[in-house]
Design a protein around this ligand. Structure first.
Ligand SMILES: Cc1ncc(C[n+]2csc(CCOP(=O)(O)OP(=O)(O)O)c2C)c(N)n1
Ligand code: SF4
Ligand SMILES: [Mg+2]
Length: 289
């Protein structure tokens, strides 16, 4: 049994008071406790950003705080080395939808068995509030002053994930703890590429997409008779824009994930291979020639 003390992080949390990341951290810990998976089987990767500091705040599991835009390739490597692991990616909207966008699309297309949790706050929080690829058209920030504010439509991570081939696509809200825990558990246990776009207020830089705004503009997909197996209906809901944000599961399907279709080594998972240092020495010697 996992108890909260086992997940105490090694470092003091440095997020601003009131930041939506607190809700995501609390939901993640609750999801891990409820899943009751041995902690050594859980690996968390993150990029760079306020959101990507999360590995420092969760203890007991294995974590990799990687490079900006790159948590998905690191996670893919971890997964292919040991397909028994549950690999979770924490990434910001800047991290995932700007520098990391190519990785996101191709990992979805490959249906890599990962749970990608996007802390979506519409800004590059860590670097002082520049508008991110998910900021709405017209959004005003220090890098998108009026007029016209952000001069283009945002990247839509849920619609993009569905069209690129992700097999579990959902949206959560960091203010809806109960709903978020359910989505995280489903994403982590899903066999294939799972995405949860998490609406996360940044109280310091984003004065438009606030707690109040999301409380008033989100509604439940599942309470409104949505069919998660219908890809076209899922796209329609994911593309719903304006002032209403559907929250819940958009799409779920089952198809072979990347590791199932790859020519993996005969001995199976890399973790099963013995380290023969003689082989390593031979490679070094060859390179030194
Ligand atoms: C390769 C590289 N490019 C750019 C940066 C600068 N940088 C650091 S964090 C960041 C954006 C963070 O935004 P987001 O991913 O949305 O995270 P948030 O802080 O909002 O949680 C950028 C551009 C960097 N550190 N490394
Ligand atoms: S800058 Fe924004 S995203 Fe970063 S910790 Fe502060 S409130 Fe959270
Ligand atoms: Mg951000």
């Amino acid at each position: 049994m996992i108890i909260p003390e086992m997940l105490e992080g090694p470092q003091k949390v440095t997020w601003c008071t009131g930041c939506g990341n607190f809700g995501i951290l609390a939901a993640l810990k609750k999801a891990i406790i409820e899943l009751d998976e041995p902690l050594h089987n859980i690996v968390l990767t993150s990029g760079i950003g306020c959101s990507s500091k999360i590995p420092h705040y969760v203890g007991g599991i294995n974590s990799l705080h990687t490079l900006h835009g790159r948590p998905i390739p690191f996670a893919t490597g971890v997964h292919l080395a040991n397909t028994d692991l549950k690999v979770i990616v924490h990434t910001g909207d800047g991290d995932c939808l700007a520098e990391g966008l190519g990785h996101f699309i191709h990992a979805a297309r490959r249906n890599v068995n990962l749970a990608v949790l996007i802390h979506n706050n519409g800004v590059n929080g860590l670097t002082k509030g520049q508008y991110s690829p998910s900021a709405p058209r017209g959004y005003i920030s220090n890098t998108s002053p009026p007029p016209p504010g952000a001069p283009m439509d945002p990247v839509n991570p849920t619609a993009l994930a569905i069209i690129a081939g992700a097999t579990y696509v959902a949206r959560g809200f960091s203010g809806d703890q109960k709903g978020l825990v359910v989505l995280m558990k489903e994403a982590i246990t899903h066999e294939g590429f799972a995405v949860v776009d998490i609406l996360q207020p940044c109280v310091t830089w984003n004065r438009q997409l606030t707690w109040k705004y999301y409380n008033e503009h989100t509604y439940s997909l599942q309470e409104n008779g949505h069919d998660v197996t219908n890809r076209f209906q899922a796209m329609e809901k994911a593309m719903e824009n304006g002032d209403r944000y559907p929250v819940g599961v958009f799409y779920r399907s089952s198809s072979p994930h990347l590791a199932a279709g790859l020519a993996l080594p005969e001995k199976g998972n890399l973790k099963n291979h013995t380290n023969d240092l003689k082989d390593v020495q031979k490679i070094i010697d060859d390179l030194m020639l």
